[in-house]
Ligand binder design. Structure first.
Ligand SMILES: *Cc1c(COP(=O)(O)O)cnc(C)c1O
Length: 376
C-alpha cells in the first residue's frame, strides 16, 4: 500500500527550531516573558486588535473571556451548537448554563435567528464559533447583541488568517479566542490567545492568567521590591516563551499556509464537484475561510463508517467533522438543534493541511470517488 495521507499536519521546520534556540539563549523560558510580548505585538497586527494575551490553549482563553465579562451561576450564554467541547465546557467552568442554538446548514456557524429565539431574561451573551475557521455572521450577531444588551464572543480557535467583510478574525466581537493546538492552521503544539480592543478586559485577563499576580516582567523593571498581594484567585493560563518563539516563526508562515490550504480546497472543488453522494463545503464570498479542516457532507443513507473504513484501507486518513454539543451528556441540554444533530452524523473530514502535494490531493479525490461508488 502506498504511504498514508494524514488528515492534518503541522508545517514546522528549521525556522521554528532556530526560534526555540533563540529563546533558550535568552534564558527566559517560562511564560509571560519578552518572547510572549513580541508574539502578542505581532499577533495584534494579524488580528487587527489593540490587545492580545498569549495563553496556553483556547479553552483557557474562553474561560478568561467569560470571566472578565462577569459570567457566573444563574447566567445563560447562547453557544453555537456545532463545535469542539471546549466552547460549552468553558461556560460550565464559570457556573453558567450553555444554551445551544442551531446552526446554518451551509457554513455551520450559529444561525442568528436561532440565537434570537434562544434569548431569555437570564441570557447574558452570545458565544459564536467560527466552524473550521470560517467566521460566523458577526454583523447580524452584533445587531442582536446590541438590541438585547448582550456580549458577543468569537471562538476563533481555527480562525488565524480568516476575515469577515474585510476585517480579520480576532476583532469581530468583544473578545475572541484562538487555539494553536497541533491540529490548527498555525501551532506551537499547544497554545492559545485572547484578543480584544477593550483595555480593561485585556488587563483583567492578563492578571487572571498569571494567578492574579502582577506579571513578573512588570515587577522586574521596578526599582524597589514590590510584594504582590492577591485579591483574586487567578489561574496559570500562560503560554511559555518557548512556545511564543515557535509562534513567531509560525506567524511568518501564516500567509503561505493559508494560501496553500486555499489551493487544496480549490483542487478538491474541481476534482470532487461533480461527485454524487457528497456536498462540498461552502466558503462565502464575504469572508476568508482558512480551511482548518475540509469537511464534506455525505448524502443521507450513505454508511459513513463504511466510507471511512474504505478510505483508511487505502491509506487516506479521515474523521467525523466536529460535535453536536446539545446531545453530549455533560450538558444535560434540552435544546433542539436538528441541523447540527443531522450534520454530526453525515460529516466526513478528509485530509487538509499545507503540506499536501497535488498528487496526494488527487489520490484523496480518486479514493473517495472509488469508495463511494463501492458503498452506494
Ligand atoms: C480546537 C478548538 C478548541 C480548543 O482549543 P484548545 O487550544 O485545544 O483548548 C476550542 N474551540 C474550537 C472551535 C476548536 O476547534
Amino acid at each position: 500500500m502506498s504511504e498514508s495521507i494524514a488528515l492534518g499536519q503541522p508545517t514546522v521546520g528549521d525556522e521554528e527550531l532556530a526560534a526555540v534556540a533563540a529563546v533558550f539563549r535568552s534564558g527566559w523560558l517560562s511564560g509571560a516573558g519578552p518572547t510572549c510580548k513580541k508574539f502578542e505585538e505581532r499577533f495584534a497586527e494579524v488580528a487587527g486588535v489593540e490587545h492580545v494575551l498569549a495563553t496556553n490553549n483556547c479553552g483557557a482563553s474562553l474561560h478568561l473571556a467569560l470571566t472578565v465579562l462577569g459570567v457566573g451561576p444563574g447566567d445563560e450564554v447562547i453557544v453555537g451548537d456545532y463545535t469542539f467541547p471546549a466552547t460549552g465546557h468553558a461556560v460550565l467552568w464559570t457556573g453558567a448554563k450553555p444554551v445551544f442554538a442551531d446552526i446554518r446548514p451551509d457554513i455551520w456557524s450559529v444561525d442568528p435567528a436561532a440565537v434570537e429565539a434562544a434569548i431569555t431574561p437570564r441570557t447574558v451573551g452570545i458565544l459564536a464559533v467560527d466552524v473550521f475557521g470560517q467566521p460566523a455572521d458577526y454583523d447580524e450577531l452584533r445587531a442582536i447583541a446590541d438590541k438585547h444588551g448582550l456580549f458577543l464572543v468569537e471562538d476563533g480557535a481555527c480562525s488565524a488568517g480568516a476575515s469577515y467583510r474585510g476585517r480579520p478574525a480576532g476583532g469581530l466581537a468583544d473578545l475572541a479566542t484562538f487555539s494553536f493546538h497541533g491540529r490548527k492552521g498555525i501551532t506551537a503544539g499547544e497554545g492559545g490567545a485572547l484578543t480584544t480592543n477593550n483595555a480593561e478586559y485585556a488587563a483583567t485577563a492578563r492578571k487572571l492568567h498569571t494567578y492574579g499576580i502582577e506579571p513578573a516582567i512588570n515587577r522586574e523593571n521596578s526599582t524597589d521590591l514590590p510584594i504582590p498581594s492577591f485579591d483574586v484567585a487567578g489561574y496559570n493560563y500562560r503560554m511559555s516563551d518557548v512556545m511564543a518563539g515557535i509562534m513567531l516563526a509560525q506567524l511568518d508562515r501564516l500567509p503561505d499556509l493559508v494560501a496553500a490550504r486555499a489551493r487544496v480546497a480549490k483542487s478538491y472543488e474541481s476534482l470532487l464537484g461533480d461527485l454524487d453522494g457528497v456536498t462540498l463545503p461552502v466558503a462565502l464570498d464575504d469572508r476568508v475561510h482558512p480551511w482548518q479542516s475540509y469537511v464534506v457532507t455525505l448524502d443521507a443513507g450513505i454508511d459513513r463508517g463504511a466510507v471511512a473504513n474504505g478510505l483508511r484501507a487505502q491509506g487516506v486518513q479521515c474523521n467525523f467533522g466536529t460535535y453536536a454539543s446539545h446531545v453530549q451528556p455533560v450538558y444535560a441540554s434540552d435544546a433542539q438543534c436538528p441541523v447540527s444533530a443531522d450534520l454530526f452524523t453525515r460529516h466526513l473530514a478528509i485530509p487538509m493541511h499545507a503540506n499536501l502535494t497535488d498528487a496526494q490531493v488527487e489520490r484523496v479525490a480518486d479514493t473517495l470517488r472509488a469508495v463511494l461508488t463501492e458503498v452506494r
